[in-house]
Write a protein that binds this ligand. Structure first.
Ligand SMILES: [Zn+2]
Ligand SMILES: [Zn+2]
Length: 325
């Protein structure tokens, strides 16, 4: 709908972009990506998998049967393009129903029935037995008539005869739209195939692209922890703030409420678990999930001075952060 160009052109333009722009459609956590990660794990270097929540939103796992956040953007665009047609159908159905009810009301309220009855009887009785009387009886007797007229009429043929659309007709009218929505949903999976096909024909290029994605994610994760320091500190302060006496009592007494009052990891906002790390520094109490604590290189950014942070865990000179080759 949104792409008027013929499919062959789109194939070639995808191939061109695939070979020309390394960032183009480079969001898939492919098998090779996992292999790189596994290799780095064996070498004791920093690994990416499992990905953090924020990172998962920017990539696509090709074997997952659900539509993922990254694909949702595309899907949203497609569905938005379908919206006018769906609205038009809705409008037409609404209009149809409105017209039907108007005409039906007219038919019910302007139905009129006329009935006309008339009857008359003429009888002349001529008495007597004379010749004149007999003559008169014969002639005037012929005039004796009687009639009964009943005329029944109504205006039914002049009234509108609206026919209501039945459920099947509605279903038939909306079937193409339903099919279109299904196709939009299926398209997300079709898009994953484009990368598979391109990778089949350009395996070297695919390896280069996956390496780029891996290193890009590594770089972003390193920057993430550095840039997010202010945010982390703010979250830690927020979590420290509202836990008053009452909340604390509730937290200890009732296990049901505890689920809702669980503290969250100050980095990724994952709920606190028994494996979570709580900073032992008095007045700090920042909560970290296991993976975030590893990312922080076992230094709490909330209570560690900035200079100390930048000299150790947060500098790029750390040999852990060698990029994959
Ligand atoms: Zn976390
Ligand atoms: Zn701390």
């Amino acid at each position: 709908m949104a792409h008027p160009e013929p499919p062959v052109h789109r194939c070639f333009s995808y191939m061109d972009s695939y070979n020309g722009d390394i960032r183009f459609d480079n969001v898939y956590i492919s098998t090779y990506f996992c292999q790189i990660d596994e290799r780095r794990r064996k070498l004791g270097k920093q690994t990416l998998l499992p990905l953090r929540k924020a990172e998962e939103k920017t990539v696509v796992f090709p074997f997952k049967p659900t539509i993922q956040a990254q694909e949702m953007k595309n899907l949203g665009k497609e569905l938005l393009g379908m919206l006018p047609i769906a609205l038009l159908l809705l409008l037409l159905c609404g209009l149809d129903w409105a017209l039907y009810s108007v005409f039906d009301t007219i038919r019910q309220h302007s139905f009129q029935q006329y009935s006309f009855r008339s009857s008359h009887k003429l009888e002349v009785k001529v008495g007597g037995d004379s010749m004149l009387a007999r003559l008169l009886r014969k002639t005037i007797g012929a005039l004796n008539t009687s009639s009964d007229t009943v005329v029944e009429s109504n205006n039914l043929p002049c009234l509108p005869q609206p026919v209501c659309m039945d459920a099947r007709a509605y279903w038939r009218a909306s079937l193409p739209i339903v099919l279109l929505v299904c196709l939009c949903l299926a398209q997300a999976f079709g898009y994953r195939l484009r990368r598979v096909i391109a990778a089949f024909y350009f395996p070297k290029r695919e390896k280069k692209r996956v390496l780029f994605l891996y290193n890009d994610l590594l770089r972003k994760r390193a920057a993430f922890t550095k840039l997010r320091r202010t945010l982390i500190i703010r979250r830690a302060q927020q979590q420290r703030g509202p836990r008053h006496h009452l909340v604390d009592t509730l937290h200890h007494r009732c296990p049901l409420v505890r689920r809702w009052l669980r503290r969250r990891c100050v980095v990724c906002q994952a709920p606190e678990t028994p494996e979570s790390y709580v900073c032992p520094t008095p007045e700090c109490d920042a909560v970290y999930c296991q993976s975030c604590w590893n990312d922080m290189k076992n230094l709490c950014p909330v209570c560690t001075p900035r200079e100390e942070l930048s000299s150790s865990a947060y500098s790029d000179s750390n040999d852990d952060l060698k990029y994959a080759e």
